[in-house]
Write a new protein. Structure first.
Length: 324
């Protein structure tokens, strides 16, 4: 009999609660049972793990194996636990020293060839792993995002075989360096965000707007006091132009604010697809036909909506009376 314990992280909004993957191997008819995941999720993960282990040339003993993904009451999507479950199986078979698993956390989806695929929510997992004093091993495509977490040690890997070799001490993988902070100009915008907002749209300078003195004054007051603001007027009078100037009046993001915003963005899409690590205040302008889930978040696997993506920035609701 042998028991292996692998640390991992679930995804629960902007938090990443700890998950313990326990693998118990004992005598009996060959069987692999996964507990703690939904039935369909467990079956799919089991087949991916079996194929990935065979493709990576790991031979497991013909024994009865039970995998428990705890705590059972925590909602969990199975793909992100493929890597910790596979590593736990190899460790329970005596092919990885159990001591090597104590100071690491693992996340990643396995392909049938043993390659690692990216998962969502790597940044909050890195923040939580750093707080626990452990190194986080993730797919290579997630390593850049996760490395933004302060004091986190993040290792990116391409395949299951690379992870096993690293844990055995045969071929050590290098930690991903934390991306360097970009230069910030006097207006508080970084070099890459000097003329773009948080969603990539152009940010006009209020100084370039001719006239509209009353509207400019209202923007300055709203920016100074973090107030809401409503513009009323006929089409073409400059309401949208003035609203788009508001992010340029706000103070630059602090490091903590930027990290909070990056965590929210990473839940919706990889940071590289969402405009990179935020250095400017976001400006979100959803259309009035957007669904409630698109505006406030939600879905089967909850994702942030426009309200959350506008955190620390501006949410602009054009044609407000047309929203439901």
């Amino acid at each position: 009999m042998s028991l292996a314990l692998v640390h991992s992280r679930a995804r629960c909004g902007v938090r990443a609660p700890e998950v313990r993957v326990e693998v118990f191997m004992a005598g009996g008819l060959p069987q692999l049972t996964i507990a703690g995941l939904a039935g369909t999720v467990a079956r799919e993960s089991r087949e991916r793990i079996r194929a990935a282990l065979q493709a990576s040339q790991f031979e497991l003993p013909s024994k009865r194996v039970t995998v428990n993904v705890a705590p059972a009451e925590l909602p969990k999507d199975g793909a992100r636990f493929d890597l910790p479950m596979a590593v736990g199986l190899v460790a329970a078979a005596g092919q990885i020293p159990l001591a090597a698993l104590r100071e690491v956390e693992l996340l990643g989806e396995l392909s049938l060839s043993g390659a690692l695929r990216g998962i969502s929510g790597a940044l909050p997992a890195a923040i939580a792993a750093a707080a626990a004093g452990r190194t986080l091993i993730v797919p290579e495509e997630n390593a850049g995002d996760a490395a933004h977490a302060r004091s986190a040690v993040v290792i990116g890997a391409r395949t299951l075989a690379q992870v096993v070799a690293h844990l055995r001490g045969e071929r050590t993988l290098a930690a991903t360096p934390r991306p360097a902070a970009e230069d910030v100009d006097a207006s508080g915008r970084s070099s890459s965000d000097a003329i773009t907002g948080g969603n990539g749209d152009s940010v006009p300078d209020l100084a370039s707007v001719v006239g509209q003195m009353l509207g400019k004054r209202a923007l300055e007051i709203a920016a100074a006091g973090s107030h809401g603001l409503r513009f009323i007027g006929p089409p073409g009078c400059g309401k949208t132009l003035l609203a788009r100037c508001l992010p340029g009046l706000l103070p630059p993001l602090t490091e903590d604010e930027a990290l909070e915003l990056a965590v929210i963005r990473s839940l919706a899409a990889p940071l590289r697809e969402a405009g990179g690590f935020p250095r400017a205040r976001p400006f979100r302008a959803p259309v009035h036909g957007a669904s409630a889930a698109a505006l406030i978040g939600g879905g089967g696997i909850p994702r942030p909506g426009e309200l959350s993506l506008a955190h620390h920035g501006v949410l602009f609701l054009d044609e407000l009376p047309r929203f439901s």
